[in-house]
Design a binder for this molecule. Structure first.
Ligand code: PMP
Length: 288
């Protein structure tokens, strides 16, 4: 496998970065997870835009412009003959000393991995996923804005550990006001009375690219979309519920905190969203 590392495609065994990189020492870096479907990279511009915004927010200068990043991503897919898979684009702060200061970090490192995707088991899509709310709260935006897609995922990892300790694969995270924020790696949607609800970005969620796509699909399906302060109660009484993310796409939820959602089967509207989404990913995208 070829990995893109600072202007070069190198063999994976040679793709190494320093132990003094602040990405490793402090989680000081940013990333994007991107999908490629049938040789077309889905929403590449949107992912690059979010990466640039994450960089700006943490005063990290990406040493490449949008065009160069775009070429690097497609070159990496081509070098690995990847037509369907997952692209991980990472920018770290680079090598520094053992202090937190970014001033002595020399050169941000750009890494691109283009690999096969590790999907959730098909069973989850057919039967739906059962999830649980965990005690770990989503980062307060005043402490670390969850809109920055940083390498610092410990908040989400702690929540995932809590869910897995209880036998669940995904967790609902609340914000520090007690409103639903997002799952550990996916955004949340619910349908109630013909309206599609999702937590506001201000509730501490990532501005998911799949979230945006689903909100666009909702228009075509004649669903009103409401971004709201949602409570656990709202999730329990939802008619349908699903999660969205680049890797998971759209995954139906059939149980939250032991409460059955709808009739306990993936909802028919959820199926319509998934169908429209699948169609979009094959029709749209940046051709290699
Ligand atoms: N929330 C979090 C915390 C995430 O890490 C992700 C991406 N895995 C998402 C939401 C979904 O975002 P996207 O649709 O852009 O993949």
């Amino acid at each position: 496998m070829k990995i893109y590392l600072n202007n070069q495609l190198v063999d994976s065994e040679d793709a190494k970065i320093s132990v003094f990189d602040h990405g490793l020492l402090y989680g000081d870096g940013i990333f994007e997870g991107i999908r490629i479907y049938g040789g077309c990279i889905f929403k590449l511009e949107e992912h690059l835009e979010r990466l640039e915004q994450s960089a700006k927010a943490m005063m990290l200068e990406i040493p490449m412009d949008r065009g160069a990043l775009l070429s690097a991503v497609s070159d990496t897919c081509r070098a690995n003959n990847l037509k369907d898979g997952y692209i991980r684009l990472i920018v770290t702060r680079g090598v520094g000393n053992l202090g937190l200061s970014i001033r002595n970090c020399e050169q941000p490192q750009v890494i691109i991995i283009a690999d096969k995707i590790q999907l959730y088991p098909q069973e989850y899509y057919e039967k739906g996923l059962k999830i649980i709310t965990v005690p770990t709260r989503r980062n307060n935006p005043a402490a670390l804005p969850p809109t920055i897609k940083s390498l610092n995922y410990l908040n989400n990892i702690l929540a995932k550990i809590e869910a897995q300790n209880l036998g669940y694969e995904e967790a609902i995270m609340l914000n520090d006001q007690g409103f639903v924020s997002e799952c550990t790696g996916d955004n949340i949607f619910l349908i109630k009375g013909g309206i599609l609800y999702t937590p506001k970005i201000a509730s501490g969620s990532l501005k998911g690219i799949t979230r945006e796509v689903v909100m666009g699909i909702a228009e075509g399906l004649d669903f009103k979309v409401v971004e709201a302060d949602l409570t656990r109660y709202d999730t329990w009484i939802a008619d349908e519920m699903f999660l969205t993310g680049t890797a998971a796409e759209i995954i139906p939820i059939v149980e939250v905190d032991g409460r059955t959602i709808g009739d306990g089967l993936p909802g028919k509207n959820t199926a319509s969203f998934l169908k429209a989404f699948k169609q979009k990913v094959t029709e749209e995208g940046f051709h290699l």
